[in-house]
Design a protein around this ligand. Structure first.
Ligand code: T1G
Ligand code: NAD
Length: 712
């Protein structure tokens, strides 16, 4: 049976224990081990029943995603789990699934094929396959509706979110909640049911409903999936599979599920989403920082500046239970900052995200102040004052004097050099960038910026803290714009160039929205404020290389006082609810300006719009990767998915380029280089990988000894 599954006895009850740490995935050997255990249970006359339980901290987290990813790339599929599940269900003695941690995917499917399910209250169950671009592949879409009813089964299979054990108990997915030790409770339960007839989930048809009851449920689910999971195929396939359960006998429903599962598994979306699953976990791995690096305990924090970002960051810290002092320059601004925090929390209560009690407790953790005195005892300070080097240095010099030795001093700067900020202190090893994205309490991304001197302990602490804050922390090097904004710059630039060459605002935005981005680039510009870039460009004009084309239409709009959403007009006009309305005046103005600048006008295809904007991202991403400002192409993907609304089902910009084939990307970039000049000079790494027939993903794997830029 190998080491993965153990079969032991407790009196006349067999105990099947899965031991495949860390999450008891169904890797090769596990299904076989369970199957052999069922044979033993069957053969041993002294045994009356069995308990199936996970060793360690969890039940079974599902199929081994590494194996699935191989199958997605063409490795032949094995027999699958279906036969094992029938074997469990057809066993002449009852099998009780005992659940703690999570029963997900194939784990949930095994539990449902058992005759009974018991769970501790903290356990969670679910069919998360859609998050990987696939659907349940071992009859989950057929057994779950038989236990939970159609509405909940459709929701669970198409949203993929786990359900807490108490709710699963209410619905009938779980037969008993166990208080105290799980195995003891499960054994007692097994004794209670040994003499009872064996319920088989596949034969339970009483919750399957009638067609006229089910029709509106499926219609609403499809409508929801199309809206919420725009462009994704798996949620709709999952709904089709559950619908099959209501219309066909169990075995035929299973065949429908198998076909849909197989189609999803080979899709580009599944490959991309599996890449995202692993890339999101990989970001935490920093080659030169051991997993068990010592950490600085963060029990209290301080935030300097209670503006847009400082307010949001304070909420993020308080939400994680960390008391935070927020310092502002004057009373009126401090009051305004606190009022914004309260308003944000009130909105979260209104939208049902937090309870009133939670918010009250969090607000108590946020202490407004006008002085830095209290900062002497905090473990971490995050600075979020205006973006200006002189001011940042002044603040850091003050903090250095006041804060205790060993306290981390972090800056939320989006563009400034962390090493220069650190030079204002006597403790550069304790200075780091923590670049939150706006709104800080909502956006999941946190770029953690490593300075030349930043200590490993400080980096490890911030990476760990990002998890505690509910963020995905990605370590980046210290270059202008870091990773995300450095790439964003050419992306936005191309979107404006396209307008100046003849595309309309709606054409540019809809091409990228339809590709899957959460918003088109011009709508993003309006949201962020066109004036932000305008001011920066005015300040840095003297640094521009003469003869290089610069986008100008956005700046002209600013000169007319059109700053975007904040004052009701930018690329679009905005109504009182901040809904965007196309503005023909903008098209006319851009045409006029383009004529004055003698830019030839042409019809621009959607394909070109997508290629110009996305390959601008990719070309810059390739430079970043080669220069070592990001550790892996997957890190860049995670940044774009979590900070910039890039569709996860495309895998992120670098993964997307890999799927297009870097040879094709390179030749398109060369074309743009010929037509549009220097700005499109191909990144050397793109050139190299295209010539070698390699991908960014493979390059990242091969760079085992990579070092981050600027450190050595
Ligand atoms: N397969 C392989 N590795 C897995 C894994 C899995 N299913 N789940 C987790 N890992 C690895 C993960 O990469 C990480 O590795 C370590 O375990 C800890 O994970 C037939 C088709 C279970 C809630 O989608 O949601 O079943 O980085 O950091 O925060 O229908 O992992 O340490 O090397 O995430 O405590 C369905 C996916 C599969 C569950 C634990 N199942 N996993 O969270 O730890 S499809 C899933 C999770 C399927 C059937 C089909 C979470 C977790 P490393 P972690 P965590
Ligand atoms: P903001 O103008 O909304 O807030 C800055 C606040 O700092 C103001 O309230 C100001 O009164 C306060 N302040 C200035 N000097 C101070 C001092 N000496 N002590 C205490 N408070 C002081 O700016 P913001 O948008 O919150 O940006 C803050 C930082 O975050 C900047 O470095 C910015 O580049 C960065 N950032 C902004 C965004 C964004 O989208 N707004 C996103 C990421 C990073």
């Amino acid at each position: 049976m190998g080491d993965l599954v153990q079969f032991t006895k407790s009196g006349n009850i067999g105990v099947i224990t899965i031991n495949n740490p860390p999450v008891n995935a169904l890797s090769p050997g596990v299904p076989e081990g369970i199957s052999e255990s069922i044979d033993q249970l069957h053969k041993d006359d002294g045994l009356k029943a069995a308990v199936l339980i996970g060793g360690g901290s969890t039940f079974i987290a599902g199929a081994d995603i590494k194996e699935l990813a191989k199958m997605a790339l063409g490795k032949p599929r094995g027999a699958g789990l279906l036969a094992l599940l029938s074997k469990i269900e057809d066993c002449s003695k009852p099998v009780v699934a005992a659940i703690h941690g999570t029963a997900l995917g194939g784990g949930m499917e095994i539990a449902m094929a058992c005759h009974y399910r018991v769970a501790v209250r903290s356990a969670k169950v679910g069919q998360p396959e859609v998050k990987l671009g696939i659907i349940p592949g071992a009859a989950g879409t057929q057994r779950l509706p038989r236990l939970a009813g159609i509405a909940k089964a459709v929701e669970m299979c198409s949203d993929g979110n786990p359900m807490a054990a108490p709710e699963a108990f209410e619905l009938g997915i779980i037969d008993k909640l166990i208080e105290g030790d799980l195995l003891t409770g499960a054994l007692a339960f097994a004794h209670e049911i040994v003499a009872k007839p064996l319920p088989k989930t596949r034969e339970r048809n009483n919750k399957l409903g009638a067609p006229e009851q089910n029709a509106p449920i499926f219609a609403a689910a499809r409508e929801n999936a199309r809206r919420k999971y725009r462009g994704l195929i798996a949620p709709l396939a999952a709904i089709d599979a559950v619908e099959a359960a209501t219309r066909m006998p169990f075995e035929v429903g299973c065949q429908v599920e198998q076909k849909l599962f197989a189609d999803c598994l080979v899709s580009l979306q599944a490959k991309a989403l599996m890449h995202v699953f692993f890339a999101e976990r990989e970001v935490a791995k920093i080659p030169d920082i051991p997993k068990d690096a010592s950490l600085i305990p963060i029990k209290t924090a301080g935030v300097v500046g209670a503006g847009t970002m400082g307010g949001g960051i304070s909420m993020v810290l308080a939400n994680a239970g960390i008391p935070v002092l927020v310092k502002e320059a004057d009373q009126a601004t401090l009051d305004r900052g606190m009022a914004n925090i309260q308003k944000n929390y009130a909105n979260s209560v209104k939208r049902g995200r937090f309870t009133e009690q939670f918010v009250e407790e969090r607000l108590k953790l946020i202490q407004p102040t006008l002085s830095l005195d209290g900062f002497a005892s905090v473990d971490l300070v995050i600075e979020a004052v205006f973006e200006g080097m002189a001011l940042k240095k002044e603040v850091f010099a003050q903090l250095d004097k006041i804060c205790k030795p060993g306290a981390i001093l972090a800056s939320n700067t989006s563009t400034l050099n962390i090493d220069e900020i650190a030079s204002a202190t006597s403790r550069p090893p304790f200075v780091i960038g923590t670049h939150f994205f706006s709104p800080a309490n909502v956006m999941r991304l946190l770029e953690i910026v490593r300075g030349k001197a930043t200590s490993k302990e400080v980096i490890a602490t911030c990476m760990q803290l990002s998890k505690k804050l509910g963020k995905v922390g990605v370590l980046v090097g210290n270059c202008r714009g870091f990773v995300g904004n450095r790439m964003f710059h050419p992306y936005m630039r191309e979107s404006v160039f396209l307008l100046e060459e003849g595309a309309t605002v709606e054409e540019v935005d809809s091409a990228l929205y339809d590709f899957g981005l959460a918003m088109g680039p011009l709508a993003v510009g309006d949201l962020a404020g066109l004036d932000v870039g305008w001011r920066i460009r005015k300040e840095h004009r003297h640094l521009e290389k003469p003869g290089i084309r610069q986008p100008f239409a956005g700046d002209r709009l600013c000169e007319m006082g059109r700053f975007g959403q904040k004052n009701g007009a930018g690329w679009y006009k905005y109504d009182e609810n901040r809904r965007a309305v196309p503005d023909p005046e903008v098209t006319a103005l851009v045409r006029k300006w383009a004529a004055e600048a003698k830019i030839p006008q042409r019809q621009i295809s959607r394909e070109e719009i997508v290629d110009r904007c996305l390959y601008a991202l990719v070309n810059e991403g390739a430079r970043i990767l080669e220069e070592g400002y990001a550790l892996r192409s997957g890190d860049i993907d995670i940044i774009y998915i979590n900070g910039y609304g890039f569709p996860a089902h495309r895998g992120g910009p670098m993964w997307y380029a890999d799927t297009v084939d870097l040879k094709n990307v390179y030749s398109r970039v060369l074309e743009f280089h010929k037509l549009h000049g220097e700005l499109w000079e191909p990144a050397p790494l793109l050139n190299q990988l295209a010539a070698q027939g390699k991908t960014f993903a493979v390059y990242s794997k091969e760079q085992r000894n990579f070092q981050m830029a600027g450190l050595f």
